[in-house]
Design a protein around this ligand. Structure first.
Ligand code: CP
Length: 333
């Protein structure tokens, strides 16, 4: 099926593997055209709304810049300056904005609310709703990660990927990035190792669905508390959030997913990604991270700035994949 127009983009699982392949093909085409300066004015005179309940660097700007490059105009909406702050419903917000423009994109990561809010908008919106990250899914990130992996490795079958992550449902933090990765990567036949400390389990339904996807596409999903086993021979490692999230250059504490000193996270500091651990991986291992990264507690500078790091290519691909999704959902005939 190649009918994308008008569909919502809340979870990559709502799209078949063939449809995700198409999104990736369009992403590569748009990347090439961007590099060559070839205009991609596919969505002229279209408007969309980017609603944010939380901060963003990559997501907001890949959507804003990307939509301008497609010939449209994206309006940034901070939820705190909308009537949402006075209790206006998702239904009323979605109906009105969808009458004004051609799509609505929203980031709402609040645990227990984000995904429900997006689905409520999707129920009432006349135009596509795009998920810019909720508590459960971050489909744009998973798509950009797939693009980056394909770009670097080509065929992804049986590639060993170590996802080393903390958040558990019980901690009431968004689990969207590892969930979207765990569901998407096995659909490309990869061997996924999810490693985390005891007590930081992702919900059972995520693991079950990931294993079902792996069985369909010939990969595997292994869940372990043994960090060393996950690193061993891995071709890609994706370690994330383990510490107190304060930037020591700016003194700024980021809000959102890890907003304050969190003792439970600090207790896991031994899981920081180090050069010594990377040396146990494949000799050509690639270090990925959705960013922002906590350079104090998550990863050594020598890893994230080192020869195995592909984090900036990964971040760049947020632009090209965002443009592909917008083109497919808002374009066509
Ligand atoms: N990876 C990601 O979603 O980055 P931002 O939070 O900056 O959008």
């Amino acid at each position: 099926q190649t009918i994308f127009r008008g569909r919502h983009f809340i979870n990559l699982e709502d799209f078949t593997r063939e449809e995700v392949d198409t999104m990736l093909e369009v992403s590569f085409d748009l990347k090439k055209k961007f590099a060559m300066g070839i205009p991609t004015n596919y969505l002229p005179n279209q408007s969309m709304f980017l609603m944010f309940f939380e901060q963003s660097t990559r997501t907001r700007n890949s959507m804003e810049a990307g939509f301008a490059q497609l010939g449209g105009h994206a309006g940034f909406l901070d939820s705190s300056s909308m009537q949402i702050a006075h209790g206006e419903s998702a239904k009323d917000t979605a109906i009105i904005l969808s009458r004004f423009g051609h799509a609505i994109a929203c980031r709402y990561c609040n645990w227990g609310y984000g995904n429900k809010y997006l689905n409520e908008m999707a129920k009432w919106s006349h135009k596509p709703i795009m998920n810019l990250q909720c508590d459960l899914y971050h489909p744009f990130q998973a798509l950009a990660d797939l693009m980056t992996m394909k770009e670097k490795l080509g065929d992804l079958k049986r590639v060993k990927v170590a996802i080393i992550w903390a958040y558990a449902e019980s901690h009431k933090k968004p689990i969207s990035v590892p969930v979207s990765q765990l569901l998407a990567f096995p659909r490309y036949g990869m061997d996924i190792w999810l490693a985390h400390p005891k007590g930081w389990e992702l919900p059972d339904w995520v693991i079950e669905q990931a294993k079902e996807n792996a069985a369909t596409y010939g990969g595997t999903v292994t869940v372990t508390n043994d960090e060393a086993a996950a690193y061993e021979g891995a071709q890609i490692v994706i370690p994330k959030n383990w510490g107190n999230w304060v930037n020591d250059q700016t003194g700024v504490a980021a809000s959102g997913a890890v907003s304050v000193v969190d003792d439970k996270l600090i207790a896991q500091k031994s899981w920081k990604c180090t050069e010594a651990k990377m040396e146990t991986a494949d000799k050509n291992v690639m270090y990925m991270h959705a960013l922002p990264a906590d350079r104090n507690n998550e990863v050594e500078d020598s890893v994230i700035d080192g020869p195995h790091s592909i984090v900036y290519d990964e971040a760049e691909n947020r632009l090209h994949t965002a443009k592909a999704v917008m083109t497919l959902l808002m374009g066509g005939r």
